[in-house]
Design a protein around this ligand. Structure first.
Ligand code: ADP
Ligand code: MG
Length: 249
């Protein structure tokens, strides 16, 4: 197994003095290259904080974390930004597209920052949009696209630099129900392409049928993790069982 992400004793505290709140508590986590991981847990349990650290958008107060073998805990902000750009695609609940740019223009942005030549970046961005079912929408502005289409543009943008790791933080939570499937299908396609994927999700179907491993977080800790069959059939912790009884009917 090649470790592509490794977290050791990661803690994150917000605020200080009497206001201090530790929202990640000594988290250890190893992700293998090509692994598909679903992260579940109640709101406020620290899922986004964990994802932001793995995505090099935030830094922990304690601990070490290795992205593709490199210890990111000791990188400067510039180096972190480069690690993020070279290795990581990050998808949020909200798509964060630039409203004045076309779908194609949005997908190209990372390649523009990386000084890629115009012709090749345009060709690759066009191909990505096609691969994600957006052929014919290249010149539409975000406001002319549905939520599901906008999220797929965001996914295409995150693929523009050919990341090895894709992080999804509740990618379907802002979508109308009929659009959830098209985004999940896109993610399933990516999962099958050998990409390493971590996905915070409320879609238990995805956790059950697509993930190699399910991780349950509660109050800043990884409480339990297992392959989905085992995880859903035989949750070991009372905290896991209590959570599952709320989300599975
Ligand atoms: P989740 O994604 O599981 O809902 P988060 O990681 O977003 O959880 O948040 C975990 C806890 O940290 C929550 O109680 C939240 O209010 C708090 N928190 C998150 N971001 C900040 C911040 N920038 N400043 C202070 N508290 C924060
Ligand atoms: Mg969150």
């Amino acid at each position: 197994m090649r470790k592509i992400i490794e977290l050791k004793g990661i803690s994150r505290t917000y605020g200080n003095g009497s206001q201090a709140r530790t929202v990640l508590k000594n988290v250890d986590l190893t992700i293998a290259a090509g692994e598909i991981v679903a992260i579940i847990g109640a709101s406020g349990s620290g899922k986004s904080t964990l994802m932001n650290i793995m995505g090099c958008l935030d830094v922990p107060d304690k601990g070490d974390y290795f992205i593709n073998g490199q210890n990111a805990a000791h990188l400067s902000p510039d180096e972190l930004a480069r690690t993020r750009r070279e290795h990581i695609g990050f998808i949020f609940q909200r798509y964060h597209l630039i409203p004045d740019l076309s779908a194609l223009g949005n997908v190209e942005i990372p390649a523009i920052y990386a000084n890629r030549e115009r012709g090749s970046r345009r060709m690759y961005a066009t191909a990505l949009l096609g691969r994600l079912g957006l052929k014919g929408r290249e010149h539409h502005k975000p406001s002319e696209l549905s939520g599901g289409q906008q999220q797929r543009v965001a996914i295409a943008r995150s693929l523009c630099m050919k990341p090895k790791i894709m992080l999804f933080d509740e990618p379907t939570s802002a979508l109308d129900p009929e659009m959830v499937k098209e985004v999940l299908d896109t993610m399933i396609g990516l999962a099958q392409s050998g990409m390493t994927m971590l996905c915070v999700t409320h879609e238990m179907g995805f956790a059950r049928t697509v993930a190699d491993r399910v991780i349950f977080m509660d109050r800043g800790e990884i409480v339990e993790q297992a392959a989905p069959d085992e995880f859903f059939a035989h949750p070991k912790s009372e905290r896991t069982r209590a959570f599952l009884s709320q989300v599975i009917h």
